[in-house]
Design a protein. Structure first.
Length: 90
């Protein structure tokens, strides 16, 4: 993840790279919005990812964004090894 981008910018970037080029911008935005809603990260959409030096989203939120980055690619199957371990409801 790019630590200077927001959550939404990161997901939009991945969607633009991994989804078919023929999709219009509105479709890409819809996919990103759906993924953020499912993962309950839509309320932090405009928060920066951050790093050690720059405060950003929490570790649990970062984990959800990582999962979202895979989900926006619309995989037919996605294997996750304990994706919710250590995550509480935020």
């Amino acid at each position: 993840m790019h630590d200077d981008l927001t959550v939404k910018e990161s997901l939009n970037f991945i969607a633009a790279l991994r989804l078919p080029a023929k999709l219009c911008d509105a479709s890409l935005e819809a996919v990103v919005a759906d993924v953020m809603a499912v993962l309950e990260i839509d309320r932090i959409a405009h928060s920066i990812i951050g790093n050690v030096e720059t405060r950003g989203i929490s570790g649990g939120q970062r984990k959800r964004v990582n999962i979202g980055m895979e989900m926006v690619a619309d995989p037919s199957l996605l294997f996750l090894d304990e994706p919710t371990s250590g995550l509480g409801r935020t």
